[in-house]
Design a binder for this molecule. Structure first.
Ligand code: BES
Ligand code: ZN
Length: 621
């Protein structure tokens, strides 16, 4: 009996020992904050490496094949939960191919569905056999007619913010990072590219292999397939574009290599090997997307005068802010974009000089003031905080200029308190110490206080809490000055007060950014002044998309009908949401324009990516 008791005691102790072990179990991954936009159980099981094997079917508009995830799991984890959106799953296997059970949860209109996969105690990898839906939100399938060359079809993806799950089953939370490799099979006359190491040449059999050895977040998974050619722009940079666009793009983006070199001189080595840009068809819904090693860009930056290249500086800067140090959840989005706008401006200053960078900054301040004003008017004051609460909405709807511009001006404020030398050293250290890791707002503040603002007076001068957790612009916001734009301001004041004719305005030396400031400062317009401006400066026929868009806003506000055919063409040709939204919003303000906008939208919508399509549909209907 005594012996039996001892054995029992020993068993209990061993049991507890196991239990104890279970709780303190150290996995190789750090715990992440809860992410309201993902179903994934990433604190129990972590996906660490993806092997993607997909065939591209332009006829059916689907990708079909397998995604194999290597996983790192706690002992207690019995299932792996992935995010999916509209995927058709045929089979799931573990490790050496044993089929396993899985369930697919109900559809959430924002998050999609949870795919719950049963694991064995020692499962190390999971293979999902699936195909995408022709309606996959991340993917846009273009007919040959929708490309420049008109001969070949085209495909591109846009995964940020939470659309990766519509083409790859994944833990679609930015805090989760993984390496990947992929095999993509497509038509043998098309080039496939991913956010990874690419071939620059066509493969004879249409099979392409990709490799990304540094860990990235799912929103940075990217694929494009089309009639693309490559041209080098320097030591580790180059451009892919449709053949008819390639020479113009190379000329326009001539500064790319020096941007990379400047960025490295500022904040440390470029971590990704090559930096290439692919110029997509005009339906790309964004200006640019910082897919690692391969920025995706709108062709609207190819303006013919190199005036819109700040966008490349921006996407390149994300190679540090965002792609190395990544917002842990979409509520921390300003850590990606605010840092990137600040960094972008520093690159621009280095290459194009202080006056140019000042113009960009002043335009940014104008955008921010307008955004804060309209968010405040809409009763969305909380959306003017840097740290957001997007938990109950689609992050795509809640991400505004605030993260970009208020974020930038917050960093500028810190810079002005501690001086540029110390701030630069701090940023360099921040990127290097936090690379390949997620960052959240709270940890950033702690890092800032520990590594930079150790002086109580400086801490008080920065007012970090007001910037991050408070509304609008704190009173220590930096002043923005631009002698170039002051010149425009003087001229425009006279024109606004009818003291000068448009044709008599001194426009010598005006660049795109002078014009943008000019257009944004126009007031007291009427039809005859619109006609006068158009006659003097030919805005309606502008080939510069930024200028055209700002001009068209006035045209709609003033019902300046001679520009409507050009507006229609613009709305049909360009799918960039930043341009479409303000134009459709203005059109929707009165009945006649709204009906017209609906007709234009019907014609334009086959060319819109889902991101632009859903935003605009909600505006016009
Ligand atoms: N990462 C963003 C694009 C994005 C943000 C896509 C949120 C989806 C959700 C990209 O870096 C960006 O900010 N692009 C800007 C250009 C930039 C110069 C401000 C754009 O597309 O207009
Ligand atoms: Zn950005």
């Amino acid at each position: 009996m005594y012996k039996f008791c001892l054995v029992l005691l020993a068993l209990v102790l061993i049991g507890q020992g196991c239990n104890f072990n279970d709780q303190s179990e150290t996995t190789s991954f750090d715990k992440l904050s809860n992410d309201a936009h993902s179903f994934a159980n990433f604190n129990e099981v972590r996906t660490t490496h993806l092997n993607l094997d997909l065939a591209v079917d332009f006829e059916k508009k689907v990708l079909q094949g397998t995604a194999t995830w290597d996983i790192d799991k706690t002992k207690k984890a019995k299932e792996l939960i992935l995010d999916i959106g509209n995927l058709a799953i045929s089979k799931i296997t573990l490790d050496t191919g044993i089929a396993t059970q899985y369930t697919i949860g109900p559809v959430d209109s924002i998050k999609g569905q949870a795919l719950t996969i049963s694991l064995k105690p020692n499962t190390t990898s999971v293979t999902i056999h699936y195909s995408t839906s022709p309606q996959a939100k991340a993917l846009q399938w273009l007919t040959p007619a929708q490309t420049l060359g008109k001969v070949h079809p085209f495909l591109f993806s846009q995964s940020q913010a939470i659309l990766a799950r519509t083409w790859v089953p994944c833990q679609d939370a930015p805090g989760v990072k993984f390496t990947y490799e992929a095999t993509i099979k497509t038509d043998s006359n098309l080039l496939a590219l991913m956010s990874a190491e690419n071939d620059t040449m066509l493969s004879a059999n249409g099979i392409y292999h990709f490799k990304m050895d540094q860990p990235i977040s799912s929103y940075l998974l990217a694929l494009t397939v089309g009639d693309l050619k490559f041209a080098s722009t320097g030591r580790n940079s180059g451009i892919y574009a449709e053949p008819a666009m390639l020479d113009r793009a190379v000329w326009e983006l001539e500064s790319m290599q020096s941007m990379i070199d400047s960025a490295e001189a500022l904040y440390g080595p470029y971590a990704w090997g090559r930096y290439d840009v692919v110029i997509l068809p005009p339906s790309f819904p964004f200006g640019g997307m910082e897919n690692p090693r391969l920025t995706f860009a709108t062709p609207t930056i190819i303006a013919g005068d190199r005036s819109l290249v700040a966008l490349i500086a921006h996407e390149l800067a994300h190679s540090w802010s965002g792609n190395l140090v990544t917002n842990e959840t979409w509520n921390d989005f300003w850590l990606n974009e605010g840092f990137t706008v600040y960094f972008e401006q520093r690159i621009m200053e280095k290459i194009f000089g202080v006056p140019y960078a000042q113009m960009l900054t002043k335009l940014g301040m104008g955008d921010l003031e307008e955004t804060i004003e309209s968010l405040t008017a809409e009763g969305r004051i909380e959306d003017t905080h840097l740290f957001l609460n997007l938990d109950n909405q689609d992050p795509d709807d809640g991400l505004t200029d605030v993260a970009y511009e208020k974020g930038r001006f917050f960093l500028q404020t810190i810079e002005s308190v501690v001086g540029r030398t110390r701030f630069d050293a701090f940023l360099k250290k921040y990127f290097s110490e936090n690379k390949f890791k997620p960052m959240n707002t709270e940890r950033f503040v702690a890092y800032l206080n520990k590594n930079l603002l150790t002086d109580e007076q400086e801490k008080a001068d920065v007012k970090a809490a007001e910037w991050i957790y408070g509304p609008g612009m704190p009173d220590n916001a930096p002043e923005v000055n631009s002698a170039e734009l002051d010149r425009v301001e003087l001229a425009i004041a006279k024109f606004n007060n009818n003291r000068i004719k448009a044709k008599d305005i001194d426009i010598t030396g005006y660049t795109t950014h002078h014009w943008l400031y000019f257009l944004r400062a126009l007031k007291n317009l009427n039809l005859s002044k619109m006609a006068e401006l158009d006659a003097a400066f030919n805005f309606t026929a502008s080939g510069n998309s930024e200028i055209a868009c700002d001009w068209f806003k006035h045209c709609i506000d003033e019902s300046y009908k001679p520009a409507y055919p050009a507006i229609e063409t613009f709305l049909i040709q360009v799918g960039r949401r930043k341009f479409l939204t303000p134009l459709y919003e203005r059109l929707a303000k009165n009945k006649e324009d709204k009906l017209w906008a609906q007709k234009v939208f019907e014609k334009a919508k086959p060319g819109y990516h889902s991101v632009s399509y859903s935003t605009i549909k909600n505006i016009v209907y």
